[in-house]
Ligand binder design. Sequence first.
Ligand SMILES: Cc1cc2nc3c(=O)[nH]c(=O)nc-3n(C[C@H](O)[C@H](O)[C@H](O)COP(=O)(O)OP(=O)(O)OC[C@H]3O[C@@H](n4cnc5c(N)ncnc54)[C@H](O)[C@@H]3O)c2cc1C
Length: 253
Amino acid sequence: MIKEYYRPKTVSEAEQLFKRGDNKFVPLGGGSVLSRSKEEDLCVVDLQELGLNQVEVVGHKAILGATVTLQQLIESDSIPIHLKEVIRRSATINIRNQATLGGYVVSTDGRSPLGIALMAMDAVLIWHPNQETQSLGDWFSIRQPRGYWIKGIQFNLNVELAYEQVSRTPMDQPILAVAIARWASGRVRIAIGGFGKSPILVLDGPEDSGLIEAVKNALSDSGDEWASAEYRQAVGEVLVRRMMNKNASDYQG
Ligand SMILES: Cc1cc2nc3c(=O)[nH]c(=O)nc-3n(C[C@H](O)[C@H](O)[C@H](O)COP(=O)(O)OP(=O)(O)OC[C@H]3O[C@@H](n4cnc5c(N)ncnc54)[C@H](O)[C@@H]3O)c2cc1C
């Protein structure tokens, strides 16, 4: 339950609150998760006046402020079309208008499409105050903040993204999702989700040989109340083959 709400107008005002340390201060993005929290006595610091709602492109890098909303990303000319499609699948328009990128990343679990895609793209968090960077994979595995709040998220725009998921309905969270990112250098990263607490990195290598086996191995212990591991392995193979065939036909066409 939110006990105290602060909306600092400057970065230094916000820092002062976190430095006090006598309360349980947490950053507030869009509040779609925090406003439902059952945790007692939360003191929230609303980041919305700190100017973190910018989408910037520097060279081949996109730098997205932490309070950019998911809908803002869909409306931005700087975001690649394949990523926009993943964002559309990540939440309904009402949630997209409220939810921020920072809040999304922090509350990502294994079934969050955008979290899975950003992990494949090797996105990096930037923490305030020391500009310390942290790979998303690192964040998902240890969930240890590297500062008071996430200031932004960056990733390379020269990466091609392919994403496929299987779910009960098109807007439902995935039972299985596969994201493949390819760099011009040939580097390939593949992340999967649809179960568990965080997306899983399956492969990061110079080429995509052994992709299907790697996905099936990563799914060998994925059984839960939504699907058995055998089902996910069978569907995972179909998804990866489809994505690889599509990729090959893109090159031919
Ligand atoms: C009704 C509903 C339906 C949903 N459906 C889906 C769905 O289908 N698929 C899906 O993937 N997700 C879904 N979600 C999850 C949704 O996408 C997340 O709730 C949302 O992205 C959280 O963003 P927020 O800005 O509202 O976070 P907040 O509620 O503001 O914060 C969430 C967490 O992030 C922390 N935080 C926020 N900003 C920062 C920052 N800058 N730095 C550090 N920590 C920060 C907060 O302290 C808190 O711990 C749904 C949520 C709701 C409420």
